[in-house]
Ligand binder design. Structure first.
Ligand SMILES: N[C@@H](CCC(=O)N[C@@H](CS)C(=O)NCC(=O)O)C(=O)O
Length: 210
């Protein structure tokens, strides 16, 4: 199977995770930012991730892809849904976005490897978030807001024994935040991040934090 992604994209990370966690091979294909033609041809709109299945058909929507792949052989997403974790992800998401988006735009990702692609990405995010330099300047305030939220995650993680759909929505968000150098993760959160990175084979972004 082939998975069309942006390397930075947390929704694409969800789909990458399930292949890694299940030990299933997948051919990763990066779509360049600004390439409207490829995704539109495959699923009728400009959005990733896109899965090309073995029968040659295409599927969009990260969680649909995750459920489809998990159903190949014995499912591994067996942990019961944690409403606490679900609510935590929804609460932190808007603040986290404001921190990682301005850094993604400057990031070292294959989809922005050309000046034209990087500019297309910058314009896309500026359209959604306004001036990105101004957003970056709010980092200290945003970090002050997000660190207590990360502390509140520690007890929610403590009781986790099996992997479930919560990990598929939570871990990509934490991975995205790992590009923000100013964010200090509680030890238990950092160890959860490293552990799942190893298990699913998707790298964190600490090495290019900025
Ligand atoms: N609901 C979709 C959301 C996917 C999504 O928003 N992907 C972003 C990339 S991070 C995208 O493709 N945006 C459109 C674009 O590139 O213009 C899913 O879960 O797969």
């Amino acid at each position: 199977m082939k998975l069309y992604i942006y390397e930075h994209c947390p929704f694409c990370t969800r789909a990458r995770m399930i292949f890694g966690l299940k030990g299933l091979a997948v051919d990763l294909q990066v779509i360049m930012e600004g390439d409207v033609e490829t995704p539109t041809r495959l699923i009728g709109k400009k959005a990733v991730p896109i899965l090309e299945k073995q029968d040659g058909t295409f599927m969009g929507e990260s969680l649909d892809i995750v459920r489809y792949v998990d159903a190949i052989g014995p499912p591994i997403l067996v942990a019961p849904l944690s409403e606490g974790l679900d609510a935590w992800v929804k609460e932190i998401w808007p603040t986290a976005l404001k921190l990682f988006i301005p850094r993604f735009v400057e990031g070292d990702f294959a989809e922005v490897a050309t000046p034209a692609a990087r500019e297309a990405y910058r314009l896309r995010e500026e359209h959604a978030f306004g001036n990105l330099d101004e957003l970056r300047n709010t980092t200290p305030t945003l970090v002050g807001q997000i660190e207590p939220m990360l502390e509140a995650l520690v007890p929610l993680l403590a009781s986790r024994k099996a992997i479930g759909i919560n990990d598929i929505t939570l871990w990509p968000l934490l991975r995205s935040l790992s590009i923000v150098r100013a964010v200090i993760f509680p030890e238990a959160v950092r160890s959860y991040m490293e552990h799942l990175s190893q298990k699913c084979g998707v790298p964190l972004l600490f090495e290019q934090s900025r």
